[in-house]
Design a protein around this ligand. Structure first.
Ligand SMILES: [Fe+2]
Ligand SMILES: [Fe+2]
Length: 220
């Protein structure tokens, strides 16, 4: 039995880096990227892999990659995909993980961001979809709505988001409920276009199509 998500979540060094990384993003005015986002990304990635019939070990690796994907924010937001991967390599190696498993995880983490990322493996594809699907009101830190930026508005408007996997139909759907008093569906779509294109590529890497539904309107 190799390293599990539970071991990772109980690791003092990881907890410390994750918390301080999220503090750094708070200082920069970014939305929540801490343990809540990590837990959700881990859970959704594992769920996608499970539904599509990947092995338990692959699901666990997906969960670990999902949990650690933003840890590099403790270094800098810029290139955090690469710093997250390199930090994870050091930590996982020191915890005795097999190099082959580490390689899968750091390849996935290093490819999760919109800029340079590409779904290089099923685990990579799963964490891309899981990461991009986490839009929710609770991620907004700014209390004063007058000071909201577009990311705050889009997240604040999101009342629910859900990734649904239909293995038979080979379909991964992201279903979001937004408050259109806060943001219009088209504003929302504009902000998310790059991310959704990346999700579409990721779904394709998993042999699936990708659909995006906002307030029951199918946009992709
Ligand atoms: Fe990220
Ligand atoms: Fe993320």
């Amino acid at each position: 039995m190799g390293l599990t998500l539970k071991d990772i979540r109980n690791d003092e060094r990881i907890n410390c880096y994750m918390e301080m990384g999220d503090d750094n993003l708070a200082a920069l005015g970014y939305t929540e990227h801490g343990k809540r986002h990590a837990r959700l990304t881990a859970g959704i990635a594992a769920h996608i892999l499970e539904e599509l019939g990947y092995s338990e070990r692959e699901q666990e690796l997906g969960a670990i990659a999902g949990y650690l994907h933003d840890i590099g924010n403790v270094v800098n937001r810029v290139n955090h995909d690469v710093s997250s991967a390199l930090l994870s390599e050091q930590i996982l190696f020191s915890r005795g993980m097999a190099p082959g498993d580490i390689a899968i995880i750091i390849g996935a983490i290093g490819n999760h961001d919109e800029g340079e990322g590409f779904p290089v493996s099923p685990i990579s594809a799963a964490i891309i979809i899981a990461d991009k699907s986490d839009v929710h009101r609770s991620r907004v830190r700014e209390k004063d709505r007058a000071l909201f930026d577009i990311h705050d508005r889009v997240n604040y408007a999101s009342e629910a988001s859900r990734v649904h996997v239909d293995a038979k139909k080979k379909l991964i759907s992201l279903e979001i409920t937004i408050d259109t008093e806060m943001v219009s569906v088209m504003d929302y779509f504009e902000i998310f276009l790059d991310r959704m294109n990346m999700c579409r590529r990721a779904a394709k890497a998993l042999g699936c199509n990708f659909t995006l539904t906002i307030n029951e309107i199918r946009l992709l």
